[in-house]
Design a protein around this ligand. Sequence first.
Ligand code: MG
Ligand code: MG
Length: 629
Amino acid sequence: MKTSIATVSLSGSLEHRLKAISAAGFDGVEIFEQDFIAHDGGAAEVGAMVRDHGLEILLFQPFRDFEGLPEPYRSRAFSRAERKFNLMEELGTKDVLVCSSVHPAALGGIDRMADDFAELGERAAKRGLRVGFEALAWGKHVNDHRDAWEVVRRADHPNVGLILDSFHTLARKIDPNSIRAIPGDKIFFVQLADAPAIDMDLLYWSRHFRNMPGEGDLPITSFAQAVMATGYAGPISLEIFNDQFRSGPTETITADGFRSLRAVMDDVQHREPAWKADLPSTAPRSQVKGIEFIEFAGQEEQAQAFAALLASLGFHRKLVHRNKALEVWQQGDVRLLVNSELNSHAGDAYAQAGLSVCDIGLLVDDAAQTFQRAQHLGSKPFSQSNLPGELEIPAIRGLGASVLHFLDQPSGLADVWDLEFRTTDEPMPRAAGLQAVDHLAHTTNYSQMLSWTLFYASLFKMEKSSLVDVIDPDGLVRSQALETPEAGLRVTLNGAETNSTLAGRFLTQSVGSFVQHIALATQDIFSTAKALKEFGFAALPMPTNYYQDLAARFDLRPDFTDRLHAYNILYDEDAGGQFFQLYSAPLANGFFFEIVQRQGGYRGYGAANAPFRIAAQKRYLRTAKTPVR
Ligand code: MG
Ligand code: MG
């Protein structure tokens, strides 16, 4: 089974696109006619260029407004088709997509349309070409794949088949299981595209908001399952019209596309084990049990200032590496590593972004399988030279400059702390009650949010929440949360649209960094806050106005809001329970810690507080001397 992507999904010159498509691992491309016309070079040259990149042209598209026309339009449509056939011969491709007509003069009539296709099939057959009919969701007479199939069935010509596009079927809420009644050998080509659930005009939605399978809300896996049930063995292709993608980095979009296609076809194989596709398969999504460590890159004064911050949070410098400048600070189940090695990934990360998170270690059910799945989805392995006695812990390069390590219990990888580190003799301080990592917050450009969502949701068992808009005084930040079923890993993704937002400032000041804040969980925020005050922790000051508003919003007793205010604790409620938040002062690059307490079944992340927290952080950065760059 061949994988493909339409040139229209990408930006850049045709050659640049082909290079990225090939590097991502696709077998072929759909040549979108406009992309060919915009290119400065003939059809034969384009065909050769495609093949030089190790790719195949699997489809030429689109041929519009063909079927059901009266004369003189009908004859003209056939001569247009002959010219396209010439072009296809020069390109060296066999299949053309004919999308259902939106021509004002189109008459409709299943038999009339079937006759047109039978004649077109006859002309195509003379040249060894094939014609595929696709129902556009907004087609004038045919807007449903079941009707397109009836046209193809009645045309009854071996060179005429059906083309399915998940968007056109699912956007109209047509049951994808209706595909199961179509013979697989009459389906010539299948296109996949997802889209966010937005209620809008179908044509506009399709041309601007499509995204990769798994990035949107359409039931793409059910669609692909129905297709595969027919015995279809042709190409699976991505046809994604999206404004962001067409202005985004081509290599990222192609890598995302490959990841999404692999993930959806793998899901189909796991759901329907009886169906064996000619595609490599891998282990199912991995279970994340927890965060084993978070590693910071830090050197000299920045590392010292950061160590002081960790001490003020009640962390204990418990372990040091036997061979490396690597320290482990621990409290409860939270392990924060500070890596000062120069010639290492951490050294590179420090040079790029200053003090920043450079690596995350996840405790998974099976580290080797997780590593295998990540590679299957296109991630590159990461390794650093190991000294004798050091464990080979599987790791990948994530998005941007991130690195992820996978540890598990059964293989003994989680014993790394005993094997590679020695304990310090520093006395254990009084703990502040911080027990675990509640969530990690990534900050990215808004356009890369979908990449991160796909990265996490395709590799791990994770549920995504709906997008929330967070108002920064200087612009909008979009936020989306992903979490594993047992909350072993919770991630919030914040997409900044402008550089003047706090998230945007973080992006410009710490290029290549990705974790903007880490939230640590306590079971008693007031006693934690009290302990931290004694340790000299610098909390983010919150204004009186915030507490007055809070009292009114939730009808809180004055002595309770006074207590919150005394410790600069933020508060939120939902139907499930209460949520308390306490923030550290931000470092100058925008990184900060958050301390949270979830009570009852509170599920959110305090989005209602975000605008006030961001305003307070910005005020702090303007006025205060910051502890670390
Ligand atoms: Mg299509
Ligand atoms: Mg947070």
